[in-house]
Write a protein of this length. Sequence first.
Length: 166
Amino acid sequence: MNTVAISRPTVRRTDAVVPRVRRARLQDAPALHALSLAFVRSGALRSRGLDHYLAHAGRFLLVTGAGRTPVRGCLALGDEGDGAAVLYNFCVEEGSQGQGVGGALLRAALSEAAGRAVREVFAATTGGGALFRRYGFHPARPGRAPAAWVNALDPARGSAVLARLL
């Protein structure tokens, strides 16, 4: 009895490309603002005017599409002092969700926070926080998160505060 080996063609997944994260620039502010609007309408994000994005563009990490495609996702990292940082304005456009954009942004933000000697990172989410939990975030104990940041959260949105030690 003869056995014949059949070779299988190599399957290349073009969607397996890791999204490239970069620091936002001032000229990205209008695209950051535009991306956030759908999330504001859904209640997932607090409304911020274009002036916020212009003033704080350097806090944002973003992923853009190929060529000059608008921003596909963004995340801001704010330093709260005393070894604490907060993640905010985390959004990924609907067509890019599930493609690694959020994970790439979160990994980049955590890496940057570690490089700043941050000991703990906080995030607030109106959803279940599954992505945050996959990256080691857990519900924050009351009083642990920076008070000024917690006090700025809108209680009507029902946000859960999560934390991760670095």
